[in-house]
Design a protein around this ligand. Sequence first.
Ligand code: SAH
Length: 328
Amino acid sequence: MLEDYFLKLGEKKFKAIQVFEWLYIHNAYNIDDFSNIKKDVKEKLKKDFNTDFIKLELVLEEDDTKKFLFRLLDGEKIEAVLMKHNYGLSVCVSSQVGCNMGCRFCESGRLKKVRNLETYEIVEQILLIQKYINKKINSVVLMGIGEPFDNYDNIIKFIKIINDAKGLAIGARHITVSTCGLVPKIKEFSELDLQVNLAISLHAATNEVRNKIMPVNKVYSIEAIIDVLREYIAKTNRRVTIEYVMLNMVNDRKEDAINLVNLLKGMNVYVNLIPYNETKNIGFRKSDKEKINEFYNILNSKGINVTVRREFGSNIKAACGQLRSESD
Ligand code: SAH
């Protein structure tokens, strides 16, 4: 811990708080600017810590959405998306370079995982965006490139840093982690009692359909996911978000909606229907608006909480992994 580091140097432990204030309140990323830290301590900090930031390489804008491409110190690329909502600014961050989950409709999965992101690389996506727009971020979703629960330890550290009152002070209820359904990690996560939101990329109501679009389903079936979600809800008393990307003729039929109702009936969940963001490398097509409405109405009429996600930045390749895969 940073406090122990300062104590070892013979300094007071509140110096750690001052460093946090420079980083997270004053947006100062150069140790030379930390004016309340002594010169010799600054030199020591420079030696002991990596002070090179990831680099903001490209920003694309469309309406209320900005897409950021970052270059990491080893040359790899990741992306994050900033969205303006009526309740404030939210950022969608990446958790890995590439992804091994292989969801057939997803651009990130096409590229395979290169490596996990370090905690600082996830935090810096937010810091650099805040600096760029000169405004504070209100909410964060772990829905960019990567499977957060395949980089579990680092994303937990990340959540603790951004949630810390001395860090970015983003309320736990304004932080959402999204997973394709790694059951043991969902269990572990429920034991932490972090009060952050959990979203599950379900995308299908039967194993038959889910197996076709999400290879991870062969390891953790729909039944296993529902079981662990029941446990999670009982333990945390929190509502879970079910993400459901609407793919034309794949999972958007009337019977899919009815199967979904039967699967989720009575659970403390809410379903977010996601219009698919088409990408030129992948053959899936988005469901048309009528189909989405029909699906919505079936769920709604059967008492399932449901919303349709607003479409963000389809022209700037805002779906996860699209920008990274088309640049070099
Ligand atoms: N690996 C995590 C988080 C990253 S993806 C997960 O699977 O939840 C965030 C969400 O976007 C997931 O629900 C994912 O299935 C969905 N998604 C991926 N590609 C998409 C696309 N082209 N259009 C719409 N949603 C997409």
